[in-house]
Design a protein around this ligand. Sequence first.
Ligand code: NAI
Length: 508
Amino acid sequence: MTALDKSRLIGVIGAGAMGAGIAQVAAQAGHIVKLYDNRVGAAAAAIELVEKQLSRLVERKKFTAEQVQKIVSNLQVASSLNDFKETGLVIEAIVENVDVKQSVFSELESICASTCIFASNTSSISITRLAAGMSHPERFVGMHFFNPAPIMKLVEVVSGLVTSPEVAKTIYQTAAEWGKMPVYAASTPGFIVNRVARPFYAESLRMKQEQVADCATLDSLIRDSGGFRMGPFELTDLIGHDVNYAVTCSVFDSYYGDFRFQPSLIQKDLVDAGYLGRKSGEGFYSYHEGATKPEPSILASTNTASVLCVAMGDLGVLSGLVTRLLGAGIGVDVGPVSSHNFLKIGAATLALTDGRMASERANSEQLENLVLIDLALDYQKTTHVALSRAHTTTDQAFQKVVDCLASIGINVSEVEDSPGLVVMRTVAMLANEASDAVLNGVSSVDGVDTAMKYGVNYPKGPLAWADHIGVKYIQKVLNALQHSYGEDRYRASLLIKRLAEQGRNFHE
Ligand code: NAI
């Protein structure tokens, strides 16, 4: 199956934020696009807005004036659905309501040719359910763009129970032709991105609730240590807590109350208070005039005198830190063969979190002055990292680690002694959800990783990240979280267990 020919007419229904963007994408690819909205004047206004936005890009030399004129001339207002008679593909982006969407598609069936493909941009409604009742449900497919559609690369091509594989392939190829990064997904709640991304918000909300650290510190760690574009608190403030909370509730309900998706009480409180984020002026942060954003809490370095470092055992991903120390001229001796894996810094024992709390690990392994370090996307580049310490760790030993990291340009935030610290816990849970999506046939390993990189700009696909850390290590972190909380929420995906047993990776 190949992409729809550029000569085919495309219909877009709904001229809101998404419909206008999708129409622009198709017009930019060279199709004539008819845009329909049942609000009088909305389609024309949307085309005008597209023209205005594209003209700004002419000033920034992203397009020529001729290109913009061509794109805009490809966009036409449809006065009714009857104008969609000749379309080869209709993409619906109207209000998120099953009955309204179904009645629009049933009207379209009586207007369009039987070969016309019907696609919905729905974020949360089952494609199987929307197709039910249609005379030709096999030509119905999800074509889920991300906001803003002209910029975000990902398109989830979602198949319902009876979607024809040929139809899905045509939409996949068409999205690719339109310059997008398509991935196949099965119609399950949240599809790929809105499901796999849940722990990104959920774990930080829980950490905030348990007072592991304040919002500004957690945001900064997720950004600067984890490499994510935004922290979860600044991001949910931007998305709007009403929207983000509703998506979480919808996924939670759709999975019959699986605790992995449990909504957060502190987010509900914000919604109840009308603290919806940027749009209402208050969220986790304040956006009123004169409000200043709080700074992350960073520990001061007190002494820059060099310190003896000794690497013990296999440091795994933490070996990047050793490379950085050596690069900065700080000597790191190699210690005797050891079953423990850690870096001795002065009197402190610095170890990568394995999901256990520092005090628990210090007790069970009789480790003196244990300091746990959080996961960083790249220890050779990170500017900020979280540490936690055991109850037995002295202030002097802890401070030596802070000073040593500060001397190589890494800011330190101390967080409460909590399982998996901040980034490791988040990444392990993202990988766990991604793994379950693969296990359940929602998408492939590559599909899930691509979706998270291009749909929500994650710095690494969660499964590629799990491979980098070690699938067995991720399993260990999840088991420790489950042990600490005694909750099903942290159960490791069967696929993680299987791969860990087999000594395999997600990406072979
Ligand atoms: P919106 O509210 O900005 O626009 C919806 C448009 O549809 C409005 O202009 C409205 O007048 C029109 N409309 C409503 N009922 C109609 C009908 N029966 N016939 C013709 N036009 C009708 O909504 P938005 O944000 O563009 O979302 C549209 C769809 O895209 C929803 O299904 C949503 O779940 C989905 N979506 C939204 C994303 C977002 O970030 N906003 C991201 C991805 C998907």
